[in-house]
Design a protein around this ligand. Structure first.
Ligand code: M6R
Length: 622
């Protein structure tokens, strides 16, 4: 949730740390801080609020030094203010700590440390860390860190500097991501994710849980609390810098919405064989070990009797679309569970089952907890993840990457469509291996899937029309989103997009459920967004009835309909047309106008679209 960074080298420390924090700001943005070692002393600045304020402060009064750490915060313990901002210090301000994660036993530790004479000034859980290290410091700083860390319960990514050993940065992780970048000329940069590193180097080492790294000029070593030596390989980050810039768009969210024709193409690339339209998923070629036997992931999955998908937020919505796809195309019984719930529920292991975890960031704490729980139970776990090298990607038995590029906007857009595209490929793959779909039907679906990027371009051309509708409705305080079948999760996703970036209350509902309660809410003050694209079954007719029910109660309707369906106009205050595709692919098109509608409403209301209040891109705490 928070972003942390550490730098050791000859460059301007203010510039490197601020640039890194800018890249990490999407992880949390309620306060921020920087601390450097200067002439053997710790000097720092921290503020409540956004990074630009810190930037202005440093422009007036820069810090000097070759070793520093920085932090951008998403508050868990203690309100966002200057005192609770990181770094946090020990009593004598000899130890500065920036932290991502939650220390769950901080209360007990704080009481004990207080009884030993330590004085606390913040409300944070983090503050116990420098005090604990101070308590155990007797001349060897690494030994003090090694003593303190096993006493912490919870999660942490840490970067620590100290006057006791002013030429070093100490870094440690448990449950929060950290990457060490190895630059040229003996410089190092450590950060919560690679976006903060690639300006300076692409050579990195991904840290694993319970590792401690000690960095000094031209040298680093990895150890742990038992003082064991750990040798790790370095890797190259392939991310493109353009991916993490706005590229002329006013917001990352808009850029990412407009990237979708290209990102879906990238997700599909190389996964559909040209000569026979068969699906091939390279990630499932991996050999996994089940019951002491080696088997290719794809061969295990072909025989599963049950799939459990687990995820959070938008990824959970993609999972719900996946449930329809896997059941209708591949006939695999599928359940979709919120990771935050499943992690504390009794998970039942059945023979021939698989768990799929879906995550854009690959770092969501609840999703990771489900992954670990399932693995402990001996259930094979597969990932559908965007961020290469993320914790979830590394810990699953095998998986399928989204390849949709960095998603920076806090509201997920392009990751959703790529997740749905991957779930479509997975369903087609299992259907083909299980001989369920007739070849002609499979060819039709694959051809339609390959047309989706061009069709999304056509929808994006309607942006001005959608903007006009947004401007008409931006003052309303409640919205209802209705969809049925495979488009019910799209209604949920449309409502989530609106509420998270515009702070308008919005609910997604299965259209036919409306009459079991929410219909009482319908009046002229409740715009109802209805997904009513043509389908070849009876569902479309049923949705029309639901729209009639809204209209007859004075509701305003904004209808997503299939191009050419002029008849729908009689029921609609507004219609947004999308091109015709196969029923099961409609979520890939229908979500696009809903993303744009939410975006333009939020902009019109003056909201900070890329950094909505109280949110963070990557939810790495419970
Ligand atoms: O990185 P993940 O896909 O695991 O993130 C899951 C949710 O936190 C995320 O989708 C969140 O709901 C977004 N803000 C939705 O736009």
């Amino acid at each position: 949730m928070c972003g942390i960074i550490g730098y050791l080298g000859e460059r301007n420390i203010n510039e490197v740390i601020l640039r890194g924090l800018e890249r990490l700001e999407y992880r949390g943005y309620d306060s921020c801080g920087i601390c450097v070692v200067c002439n053997g002393k710790l000097e720092y600045k921290k503020i409540e609020g956004r990074l630009h304020k810190l930037k202005e402060m440093l422009a007036r009064d820069p810090l000097a030094g070759n070793i520093g750490i920085g932090h951008t915060r998403w508050a868990t313990h203690g309100v966002p203010n200057e005192i609770n901002a990181h770094p946090q210090f020990d009593c004598k301000k000899n130890i500065a700590v920036v932290h991502n994660g939650i220390i769950e036993n901080y209360h007990t530790l704080r009481q004990w440390l207080s009884s030993r004479g330590h004085q606390f000034i913040s409300d944070t859980d983090t503050e116990v860390i420098p005090h604990l290290i101070e308590e155990y410091y007797h001349g060897n700083f690494l030994a003090a860190v090694q003593h303190a860390l096993p006493l912490l319960e919870g999660t942490y990514g840490l970067a620590i500097i100290t006057t006791y050993e002013p030429n070093k940065i100490f870094v440690a992780r448990r449950g929060s991501p950290l990457i060490l970048g190895i630059g040229t000329g003996g410089e190092f940069i450590v950060a919560s994710d690679a976006t903060a590193i690639i300006d300076w180097t692409r050579k990195v080492t991904y840290l694993s849980d319970d590792e401690i790294v000690v960095i000094e000029k031209g040298n680093y070593f990895i150890t742990n609390s038992k003082n064991e030596t750990i040798i790790k390989d370095t890797e190259e980050v392939l991310m493109d810098l353009a991916e993490i810039e706005k590229g002329g768009y006013p917001h990352f969210m808009l850029k990412e919405i407009f990237e979708q024709p290209e990102t879906i193409t990238n997700t599909l690339r190389g996964r559909i064989l040209k000569d026979n339209n068969q699906v091939r998923l390279g990630g499932l070629e991996t050999e996994i070990i089940i019951d002491d036997k080696k088997i290719k992931a794809k061969d295990y999955l072909v025989n599963v009797d049950r799939i459990v998908i687990s995820a959070c937020g938008t990824s959970w919505h993609a999972g719900l679309v996946g449930e329809y796809l896997l059941e209708s195309l591949a006939r695999v019984p599928t359940e979709v569970e919120y990771a935050s719930e499943l992690r504390y529920r009794t998970m039942i292991k059945l023979p021939n089952m698989a768990v799929f975890v879906i995550s854009q960031s690959g770092e969501t704490a609840d999703t990771l907890a489900v992954l670990r729980k399932a693995k402990e139970m001996g259930i094979p776990v597969f990932g559908i993840v965007n961020v290469v090298g993320s914790t979830i990607a590394r810990e699953t038995h095998a998986g399928i990457y989204l390849h949709c590029g960095s998603e920076i906007g806090v509201a997920s857009t392009k990751a959703f469509t790529s997740q749905v595209a991957v779930l479509t490929l997975l369903s087609l793959f299992l259907a083909q291996r299980r001989n369920i779909l007739h070849d002609t039907v499979r060819h039709e679906i694959v051809s339609a899937l390959l047309r989706i990027p061009t069709q999304i371009e056509l929808i994006l051309r309607k942006k001005d029309e959608i903007k006009r509708i947004a401007e008409k409705y931006h003052t309303f305080n409640n919205f209802l989103y209705l969809g049925r079948g495979i488009n019910f999760p799209v209604a949920l996703e449309g409502a989530l997009k609106l509420k998270e970036i515009s702070y308008i209350h919005a609910e997604g509902y299965p259209a036919a459920e409306m009459k079991h309660g929410p219909i009482a809410l319908i009046d002229k003050n409740m715009p109802v967004v209805v997904i009513a694209t043509d389908t070849d079954d009876i569902i479309y007719e049923k949705v029309l009835n639901n729209i009639e029910e809204v209209k007859s109660r004075g509701g305003n309707t904004i209808i997503i309909a299939t191009e050419g369906n002029t008849g729908i106009c009689r029921l609609a205050d507004e219609v947004i047309y999308v091109p015709k595709t196969k029923d099961i692919l409609t979520p890939l098109l229908n979500v696009i106008p809903l993303q744009l509608l939410a975006y333009y409403i939020a902009v019109k209301r003056g909201c900070d679209v890329d950094k909505p209040r109280h949110l963070a891109k990557s939810v790495t705490v419970e």
